[in-house]
Design a protein around this ligand. Structure first.
Ligand SMILES: Cc1cc2nc3c(=O)[nH]c(=O)nc-3n(C[C@H](O)[C@H](O)[C@H](O)COP(=O)(O)OP(=O)(O)OC[C@H]3O[C@@H](n4cnc5c(N)ncnc54)[C@H](O)[C@@H]3O)c2cc1C
Length: 382
């Protein structure tokens, strides 16, 4: 196992200070290692996640070689050849587990933003104190965007949040963490070959959730109540102005509709599984409030906005992969982790084999099945 940094590198070096997992502690489980502390319903800090993964490396006896950066992987004869910062390596098969979120994904019109405005990605952001005073435009309203918008607004900086397609969820539903419902009802267990639109499922934005000791819901209504100004999806920059799409009303209704459909599916599952009587009564939440007049443009040169935080998602970095296995969008072409190149496998990608593959605890079943495939591959090629 080659790791360019330390074990748990992404949690140590690519996250902001206040981040906690949005998955509760009882969901933090890896093969043979479960959370056993006093707060199963809590959410791990970055220090705790790092310790948890370090512990897993020890208990699983993972043969990790840290500080080894893979700079090239290419096919060689029946196998592969790797060039690394620690030397050359030949092997018969490779599992790519380099992550799905190696770099922030930022729209190209970033280059047209006036130089007077500071621009940050979640990889650069650590805490509000590092930002200049003044207004902040947070772009993207998925988990990262809503969390950073709330933190920056609380720091006293006026925040404008540009909202595109998003997934709204309450933190707690009928007395249980909403992720308990996704897990228990089987939604997260749905296999990739049963998902209607797999490409879409793999690109679905992360849900508007935050892990806090108070288990608060952090949806757009909560942000608007804090004073965050909501504007539409940022479409372009023209003459130093950010132009936002209209249609917030439609976008909000769509997110509300999808949330209600999902809650309806939970209620249905509760009825058929017998859990209904045990749970609190079904709930429905107030629709997302549409601002009376959302701004359609913002003068980036006026001084109103001093900082832009791009919370527009993440993408993998396969700059080191010299095997023609990427699609036009730079994503790995694979079927349930079996890459389109003999002897090459992948783990840790969204909806790899199941909806839960996107999360830490989704790895167990995926890893077993992908390793089974790999073992069969090696068995017929002695
Ligand atoms: C902001 C954020 C919040 C998240 N919150 C949660 C959450 O609350 N709960 C949850 O379950 N999941 C969460 N996730 C998803 C979570 O990151 C993944 O489920 C999990 O980290 C995947 O683990 P991984 O080992 O596959 O990838 P990573 O954690 O990305 O690890 C990949 C490793 O590969 C190394 N690497 C990459 N390229 C090379 C190379 N060329 N040579 C050598 N080493 C290399 C990296 O240094 C890194 O350590 C979150 C993701 C992000 C980005």
């Amino acid at each position: 196992m080659l790791e360019r940094g330390e074990v748990a590198n992404s949690w140590r070096s690519e996250r902001w200070d206040s981040l906690r997992l949005l998955t509760p502690n009882w969901l933090s489980r890896l093969p043979g290692l479960r959370y056993q502390g006093p707060d199963p319903d809590g959410y791990m800090t970055m220090g705790e996640v790092t310790e948890f993964i370090e512990r897993f490396a020890v208990v699983s006896h993972a043969p990790v070689r840290t500080g080894v950066n893979v700079t090239s992987l290419r096919q060689a004869g029946d196998g592969y050849h790797l060039t690394t910062s620690g030397g050359e390596i030949g092997c018969r098969a490779v599992v790519i587990a380099s992550g799905a979120c190696n770099q922030p994904s930022v729209p190209q019109f970033k280059a047209a933003v006036p130089a007077s405005v500071e621009q940050l990605t979640p990889f650069d952001y650590r805490d509000p104190a590092k930002l200049p005073d003044g207004g902040v435009l947070v772009v993207g309203a998925s988990a990262t965007g809503v969390q950073l918008a709330a933190e920056l607004q609380r720091s006293g900086r006026p925040v404008t949040l540009s909202v595109g397609e998003h997934v709204r969820l309450p933190r707690v539903y009928r007395g249980r963490d909403v992720l308990w419902w996704l897990d228990a009802s089987g939604v997260w267990g749905q296999r990739y070959d049963e998902v209607d639109d797999l490409t879409r499922a793999r690109r679905l934005p992360s849900p508007q959730l935050v892990g806090t000791p108070e288990r608060v819901t952090l949806d757009l209504n909560a942000l608007a109540s804090m004073g965050v100004e909501l504007v539409g999806r940022w479409a372009a920059v023209r003459d130093g102005h950010a132009l936002f799409s209209g249609g917030l009303r439609n976008m909000f209704s769509l997110a509300d509709l999808k949330m209600n459909r999902l809650l309806g599916a939970f209620d249905e599952w509760a009825r058929t599984s017998g859990y209904h009587a045990e749970a609190d009564p079904p709930e429905r939440f107030a629709p997302t409030r549409v601002p009376s007049s959302a701004r359609l443009q913002l003068d980036l040169g006026s001084g109103e906005i001093r900082t832009i935080v791009w919370a527009t998602g993440f993408r993998p970095d396969y700059g080191w992969l010299d095997v023609p296995a990427l699609d036009a969008k730079g994503q790995l072409r694979h079927e349930g982790g079996v890459v389109d190149s003999p002897g090459l496998y992948a783990l840790g990608l969204p909806v790899l084999r199941r909806r839960r593959s996107t999360f830490i605890y989704g790895i167990e079943d995926d890893a077993r099945e992908v390793v089974d495939d790999l073992t069969r591959y090696l068995a017929v090629r002695p």
